[in-house]
Design a protein around this ligand. Structure first.
Ligand code: ADP
Length: 163
């Protein structure tokens, strides 16, 4: 079975990676789809985000990393996937995720959204929290894969030097 895991992944965290690993065990092929969306003004370029995921999932089989623009349901259809995976960390995620799931269902009746709950020790992790810690030179080694930690350091060191 194939499952599509869409997101911004700006950057990939250990929470995202944990979801990818568990979906890989449960379903087999995981297509990780990185949203291009320039309006969100991502911290990391599309290429960097793709590379971060490719590097962090090297130990796994059946992982495909792609980028997409536009609607998730279109991306799912184009890639022949009927299952969309999203993660839930807290009640605050639920309202937003349910709204998206209902919207997607109204657009593509044969696609299902499934949710995996975060593991408790990853529940505080988000891309924004990680960037906030890295910005002030905090330790992020327990929050992101090593490659992402390096990218964060490079990004914020250069940023500070530029100021
Ligand atoms: P988006 O901008 O689409 O929300 P994100 O990269 O922030 O993209 O998140 C992608 C998906 O991963 C979302 O469903 C989000 O709830 C989930 N996710 C993010 N962080 C975690 C985490 N720590 N544990 C489990 N799921 C997570």
């Amino acid at each position: 079975m194939r499952v599509l895991y869409p997101g911004s992944f700006d950057p990939l965290t250990l929470g995202h990676l944990d979801l990818i690993e568990r979906a890989n065990r449960l379903f087999g092929e995981v297509v990780v789809a990185v949203l291009k969306n320039p309006e969100k003004r991502p911290t990391f370029s599309l290429k960097q985000r793709l590379n971060q995921i490719i590097e962090a999932t090297e130990h796994l089989d059946q992982i495909t990393v792609i980028s997409f623009e536009g609607l998730t349901v279109t991306c799912a259809k184009e890639n022949n996937v009927d299952l969309i995976l999203r993660g839930l960390r807290a009640l605050s995620d639920f309202e937003y995720e349910l709204q998206i799931a209902h919207t997607n269902k109204s657009l593509a009746i044969n696609q299902e959204t499934i949710f995996l709950a975060t593991q408790a020790h990853h529940s505080f992790l988000s891309s924004s929290v990680v960037k906030e810690v890295a910005r002030f030179a905090g330790n992020v080694s327990h929050m992101v894969p090593p490659g992402v930690a390096k990218d964060l350091e490079t990004h914020f060191n250069l940023g500070l030097k530029g100021n």
